[in-house]
Design a binder for this molecule. Structure first.
Ligand SMILES: Cc1ncc(C[n+]2csc(CCOP(=O)(O)OP(=O)(O)O)c2C)c(N)n1
Ligand SMILES: [Mg+2]
Length: 515
């Protein structure tokens, strides 16, 4: 047995059976070891941003880790942006990165790079395996790190000699250490604060799903505190039957308006609210002066326990009924296409238990709101502001949940970053309906130019914001990746395409021609 084989056996023995991969020569022994273990599900992604984004989507929906297989520093560099997003999502990801054999590293070979620099800057945990006998134990430690604190980025660098030299056998990964919890005193104090006027309970992470979400709704019913979430989150249950919470909005002034009555903000599973960007003359922090921020429990702590403890401290009972959304499906819109009508059609047709990945950027403010009263579903969003997460994340979510329909909503600009994921969707026949909002440009950046105070827009800025001339042909792009596609420029075509796509099991794409 060589080091690579002990690593594959370690992964499988510890429940890691999914690997999003883009290999190269330095990983060939690892590839051979994966090849002799067909129980490992290896999926090729044609760009490493697809690999890392898929691992993020998988973790969000599975609640457990997948592995990525990446090729030296440049391969890891390509994966970086979506690892950044995964880190902000709190997703556990286990990266296995090949590296040159130790003796080769003293030479300036083409693929040699600063692997410590590139991996260290986004990983919570990094280790370079020193020899083949250590690989299994290092793999087990990496698995544990990726599963720790509700999910971390763990990166194991595997020099080729550690993969090919002889080794002994697989290792067991210890369970992750217990999650940190707030002290009883902190719980008591937070419960008291939540009962005071102007109290906000801001939830994220595990508080946006399941029983914790329900209890948060009951806490709001009991105390009259305002229940809010951040603008972006890894995963939230949405639709009919889910407790109502307000999402903070993107722009600074409206965010400040939402928080203007806040005298306290208690944080459970999330960080304090902050403006997405700094703008001249506008604050970074949106809450009013004097508002108390209680960082009770961050996303890496025991969020579900904290919500339960708060509910107990507040004597929440079944009599405290959370305010929930009721099912209210819009009628079917016809005629000229508008984004509001697209939202209504989506809400009307959205299959029960769908997974919606939203990176539709400016289109989202029209398309997403009607989904609030659609059939229950999970909503995932971009978490780290780095665009190009939608198609990869949808891919990973579909692998994690093969029995659920995945709907990927993406801006045309965002989709271009990682459109290679379409090919993985086609090869794996993943049940994904992708809607590309073809407004032919980076619409949000037009708005942002105004937000920084520029009133005139000239040739250079226009040429940096328009994605036209030539116009992208999404139907051809999708078909070229093996995904059937339709261009919808009125509601009848859109509704027919949606109906057909939701009735079929494989991937399909709809180019939504924005008015
Ligand atoms: C990795 C990365 N590069 C650049 C940006 C800057 N950026 C933010 S939104 C955006 C364009 C989004 O365009 P699109 O997806 O078409 O959405 P639209 O604004 O048109 O609705 C860009 C380039 C970013 N956020 N992340
Ligand atoms: Mg666009």
């Amino acid at each position: 047995m060589n080091g690579a084989e002990t690593l594959v056996k370690t992964l499988l023995a510890n429940g890691v059976d999914t690997c999003f991969a883009n290999p190269g020569t330095s990983e060939m022994h690892f590839v051979a070891a994966l090849d002799s273990h067909p129980e490992m599900n290896c999926m090729l992604c044609l760009f490493e941003g697809g690999t890392s984004g898929a691992a993020d989507g998988y973790a969000r929906m599975k609640g457990d880790i997948a592995a990525t297989l990446l090729h030296l520093a440049p391969g890891f560099g390509n994966a970086y942006a979506n690892l950044h997003n995964a880190r902000k999502a709190g997703s556990g990801v286990l990266n296995i990165v090949g590296e040159h054999a130790e003796r080769h590293l003293r030479y300036e070979s083409p693929l040699k790079g600063d692997i410590a620099g590139v991996t260290g800057s986004v990983s919570h945990w990094t280790r370079v395996s020193p020899d083949s006998l250590s690989v299994a134990a290092d793999g087990a430690a990496a698995i544990r790190a990726a599963r720790s604190k509700n999910g971390q980025i763990a990166t194991l660098v595997l020099p080729a000699n550690t993969a090919w030299d002889p080794a002994e056998g697989p290792a067991n990964s210890l369970p992750p250490p217990p999650l940190e919890r707030p002290s009883p005193l902190a719980i008591e104090a937070a419960a008291a604060t939540l009962s005071e006027p102007g109290a906000f309970l801001m939830i994220g992470g595990a508080a946006l799903v399941g029983e914790a979400r329900q209890l948060a709704g009951q806490i709001a019913a009991k105390t009259s505190c305002r229940l809010v979430s951040d603008t972006f989150f890894a995963r939230a249950e949405k639709g009919a039957g889910t407790p109502v919470f307000e999402q903070l909005v993107y722009l600074v002034e409206p965010k400040m308006a939402q928080l203007k009555d806040a005298r306290s903000i208690t944080l459970v599973g999330t960080n304090r609210p902050v403006a997405f960007f700094a703008y001249p003359g506008k604050p970074s922090l949106p809450e009013p002066a004097g508002c108390k921020i209680d960082p009770l429990c961050n996303a890496s702590m025991d969020v579900a326990w904290t919500i339960r403890a708060l509910a107990d401290a507040l004597d929440v009972t079944d009599a405290d009924v959370a305010k929930t959304f009721s099912l209210d499906l819009p009628g079917l819109p016809t005629g000229a296409l508008t984004l509001e009508k697209v939202g209504a059609a989506l809400a009307a047709f959205l299959p029960e238990n769908a997974i919606v990945m939203n990176e539709s950027v400016t289109s989202g403010s029209s398309v997403i709101p009607p989904l609030a009263t659609a059939h229950p579903h999970d909503l995932l969003t971009g978490t780290g502001g780095s665009i190009g997460i939608c198609l990869p994340c949808a891919t990973g979510a579909a692998v994690a949940c093969p029995d659920r329909k995945v709907v990927a909503l993406t801006g045309d600009g965002s989709a271009m970053y990682t459109l290679q994921s379409l090919w993985t969707m086609a090869r794996e026949q993943l049940d994904i309906t992708a809607l590309v909002f073809a407004n032919r440009g980076y619409q949000i950046l037009r708005d942002e130019l105004t937000n920084v105070g520029v009133t005139q827009i000239g040739r250079n800025a226009t040429r940096m914001f328009d994605v036209a001339n030539p116009e992208l042909d999404w139907v051809s792009l999708a078909r070229g990746h093996g995904v059937p596609a339709t261009r919808a420029d009125d509601m009848d075509v859109l509704i027919k395409a949606l109906t057909e796509s939701f009735a079929s099991d494989g991937p399909s794409l709809i180019e939504v021609v924005c008015p």
